[in-house]
Design a protein around this ligand. Structure first.
Ligand SMILES: Cc1cc2nc3c(=O)[nH]c(=O)nc-3n(C[C@H](O)[C@H](O)[C@H](O)COP(=O)(O)OP(=O)(O)OC[C@H]3O[C@@H](n4cnc5c(N)ncnc54)[C@H](O)[C@@H]3O)c2cc1C
Length: 349
């Protein structure tokens, strides 16, 4: 069993920043996310889009914001269970035990639900024999890209994920074929240009407009059948990866006895973003309260407030005072220390 101070569900911007705020107060964090990489909506839906309302960043790509957050929290050595959904919750005397869909058991003294829009589930193609091939060559997400080394891969989709993974896997796979039902891609222009270049150089195949009709094989994918310009095509492949986006689901949190209002967890915003269960907080897009703004900056603020409350709950005997990082510095759990050598502060009149 993994033990931690704050068990965070959701590695979106809110969950990641929670690690930093907790780290400043000396608390360790473990993060569970059903996606294969950190970043939540920023990484999964719009990594190449610029965001204009992050304070002090006039413009920053969503993917870069996540990379910066990962860099910022690195000294606090968070541990991760990625590609795993938090499914079961058990209340114990000194905290909460969460079990993931892959059977990993994690105990946290408090629970911070930063689950955004809920657990993202892949949108699946509507073809008959789909269940037979799941995890047998049919994948909806990529957790370990090394399994594609030297293999034939068909990627289906036209958004950022499909384009990004086609580019990435073309570096290691034997052959990548990208299929899309339209002739134009929805993903970033830069990625679409890279796809065109790889196609022109003969590195990848691109087939448009094409829709997936059938997957064939015995105990593993052998080939896929496509509808292409009113004719049928068969492509031999080891993997088929449909990347049609994700559908958010809130079912898990409803079962845990939390107060839910219109697909969001009700919290006490006049205090600390705590839920109706003592020791469980909900922060970021997942929560609701009067005046809630579903913005990244709201999640950052809520993470800071929540961590101070969690500290007092975990350490009732200790006094918690707010310290500026300009004065206290940042002392990472990895031994690193960042602190201004000489502090010059203009006097306030
Ligand atoms: C196209 C687009 C553009 C946007 N532009 C802006 C903008 O310009 N400015 C701005 O401030 N905001 C913007 N937003 C909103 C912003 O992305 C969200 O406010 C932000 O991502 C919320 O962060 P979060 O960490 O709370 O949740 P999320 O980013 O949604 O992350 C939640 C994570 O929790 C995980 N999760 C949920 N349930 C479980 C479970 N049971 N087990 C394991 N993992 C789970 C999910 O997989 C997900 O990774 C935009 C959103 C979109 C879609």
């Amino acid at each position: 069993m993994i033990n931690t101070d704050i068990l965070i569900i959701g590695a979106g911007p809110t969950g990641l920043f929670t690690v930093f705020e907790a780290g400043l107060l000396g608390m360790k964090c473990h993060i569970i996310d059903s996606l294969g990489k950190p970043g939540g909506q920023c990484s999964e839906i719009y990594p190449k889009k610029p965001i204009y309302d992050i304070p002090a960043h006039p413009e920053i790509l969503a993917g870069d914001l996540i990379n910066n957050l990962l860099k910022q929290i690195k000294p606090f050595n968070p541990t991760y269970s990625l590609g795993q959904t938090a499914e079961k919750l058990e209340k114990v005397d000194d905290g909460f035990i969460v079990t993931t869909n892959k059977g990993i058991v994690i105990k946290g003294k408090v629970l911070a639900i930063a689950g955004g829009l809920g657990n993202f589930e892949p949108r699946k193609p509507s073809i008959d024999n789909i269940l037979k091939f799941e995890d047998k060559g049919l994948q909806y997400k990529i957790i370990e890209k090394k399994i594609f080394k030297g293999k034939k891969v068909v990627i289906s989709g036209g958004g950022d994920s499909a384009l990004d993974w086609t580019i990435e896997l073309s570096k290691i796979a034997k052959k990548v074929t990208l299929i899309h039902r339209r002739n134009q891609f929805r993903g970033a222009v830069d990625s679409a240009n890279q796809i065109q270049k790889l196609k022109d150089e003969g590195v990848i195949d691109v087939i448009t407009p094409a829709t997936l009709l059938k997957i064939n094989g015995d105990d593993h994918v052998k080939n896929v059948e496509l509808n292409h310009n009113e004719s049928k095509l068969k492509i031999d492949t080891d993997f088929i990866i449909p990347l049609y986006g994700l559908v958010p689901k809130m079912d898990v949190f409803k079962e845990w006895g939390l107060n839910i209002d219109k697909n969001a967890i009700v919290v006490n915003n006049s205090k600390d973003y705590s839920t109706n269960i003592k020791g469980i907080y909900a922060i970021g897009d997942i929560n609701t309260y009067p005046g809630k703004l579903k913005l990244i900056l709201s999640g950052f603020h809520e993470a800071a407030v929540m961590c101070h409350s969690a500290y007092s709950l975990i350490n009732p005997e200790k006094k918690n005072t707010l310290k500026y990082t300009t004065i206290s510095g940042v002392k990472g759990f990895d031994g690193s220390v960042k602190k201004a050598k000489k502090i010059e502060i203009n006097s306030i009149r």
